[in-house]
Write a protein that binds this ligand. Structure first.
Ligand code: CU
Length: 149
């Protein structure tokens, strides 16, 4: 059995990586053009995946291209306290395959489960997610917030 590559004349070998690259670019292009799911939950209070906590965000008006500072409230379902070092924030654009263009910082513990998160940046229109991760005694859990800009 001969493969496609073996049957190609040697001077045609460039066509293989080019074909792979064009296919990948086409798939990426189609993904980028797909609209966000119509049933996205856009609420500002979400329960985490394993229901270890509930997170609420106060994003305020979002200005594209300017780092945002959000107030985030994290309430553990079991009533335990959560500290600034237990929380990380990340996100990205699911349809574009890239993360946030800047790394958010959980900058300050405001007390009573409230935290200030700096450096949340959006740089293009489309569907974004922001994930609040909390390290719990049972492992890591996350709550996901959706935004369409
Ligand atoms: Cu993007």
């Amino acid at each position: 059995m001969t493969t496609l590559v073996q049957r190609l004349p040697r001077r045609m070998f460039w066509a293989v990586p080019l074909g792979v690259a064009l296919t990948a670019a086409a798939i990426h292009g189609v993904m980028m053009l797909m609209p966000a799911p119509s049933d996205l939950d856009l609420s500002h209070t979400r329960t985490s995946e394993t229901e270890a906590f509930v997170a609420s965000i106060e994003p305020g008006p979002i200005t594209m291209g300017e780092p945002q500072t959000w107030i985030v409230e994290v309430t553990m379902t079991d009533g335990s306290a959560v500290g600034v070092n237990d929380i990380t924030v990340d996100g990205g654009m699911p349809r574009h395959g890239h993360g946030l263009p800047a790394e958010p910082r959980v900058a300050r513990d405001l007390g009573d489960g409230w935290f200030e998160v700096e450096n949340i940046l959006f740089t293009m229109a489309g569907w974004w997610v922001v994930n609040i991760h909390v390290e719990t005694p049972a492992g890591e859990d996350q709550a996901t917030f959706n935004f369409t800009l």
